[in-house]
Ligand binder design. Structure first.
Ligand code: ARG
Length: 271
């Protein structure tokens, strides 16, 4: 009996040692993360990597059967698998992603998020894994035919954007502040598209891939041939996070071995 107890004790000690070692091997688990681990979706004993996203942005992140899927969700899952984390996706409005990373509620942000000087003041970014283009959606019979029409002297259009996106930043500077029109800001890109359909705005400035799926899903809309800007998408992390280096390394390995391309090709059909 005593021997039996002893064996159990020894086994428990080894177990707790391995757990402690595993904890050391992992990243700097924040307090919030430990909370998340406590009520983690699956009890795998793995540490949780919390992804903040805004699942209103096909094909990067969107809902399919109650689940967040898309390029970002799959790349994040591949990174988490590589580093031995359980991935937990937190869906929120785009505007909340950076604050949730800064406050430590989320570990990474992936949301077709463009690297910008402004954002680099509050977060770090990995290397880029995709590019985006700011496109312009109009009604099929719109008199707006190019970016130049929006930026012309004397222009006065109402532009719809998703709040705090780069589309918002550019049009606020180039159009609103330049006195060439007004910018209407919506929590979701789809809300901006609804406003366009309802005639509340004259165009929507948004990234090209979601623009394509919104136009496909709605009659009477088209994307203008001209491009507003080209930009780089990357993963956002807290400033000086210990996760930046391992995540960037994992991301680059997944780019080099073709995993990222395979995921992109699954969601974006070549034209
Ligand atoms: N690329 C743009 C930006 O970074 C738009 C991203 C919007 N993403 C989303 N999931 N709604 O500002």
């Amino acid at each position: 009996m005593k021997k039996y107890l002893k064996n159990i004790l020894a086994a428990t000690m080894i177990l707790s040692m391995t757990t402690a070692l595993a904890a050391c091997g992992g990243s700097e688990a924040t307090d919030d993360k430990e909370d998340a681990n406590a009520d983690g979706a699956e009890n795998t004993g793995k540490q949780t990597l919390i992804l903040a996203t805004s699942a209103d942005f096909p094909p990067y992140e969107f809902y399919e059967g109650g689940e967040v899927v898309g390029i970002d969700a799959e790349v994040a899952k591949a990174i988490a698998d590589k580093l031995g984390y359980e991935l937990k996706i937190e869906d929120m409005i785009f505007d909340s992603i950076i604050p949730s990373i800064v406050s430590g509620k989320a570990d990474i942000g992936m949301a077709g998020m463009t690297v910008t000087e402004d954002r680099l003041e509050s977060v770090d970014f990995t290397d880029s894994y995709a590019t985006g283009i700011q496109s312009i959606i109009v009604k099929e019979d719109s008199e707006i035919t190019s970016v130049d029409d929006l930026l012309a002297e004397g222009a006065n259009h109402k532009v719809g954007v998703q709040t705090t996106t780069t589309g918002d930043a550019y049009t606020t500077d180039d159009i609103e502040k330049a006195g060439k029109g007004t910018v209407e800001r919506y929590n979701k890109g789809t809300d901006a598209v609804e406003a366009l359909k309802a005639g509340k705005v004259d165009c929507v400035v948004i990234d090209n891939e979601p623009a394509k799926s919104f136009v496909e899903a709605n009659e009477g809309l088209k994307i203008l041939d001209t491009e507003y800007t080209t930009e780089n998408y990357a993963i956002a992390l807290a400033k000086d996070s210990e996760l930046t280096e391992p995540i960037n390394k994992a991301l680059n390995e997944l780019i080099e071995d073709g995993t990222v391309k395979g995921i992109v090709d699954k969601y974006i059909k070549a034209e």
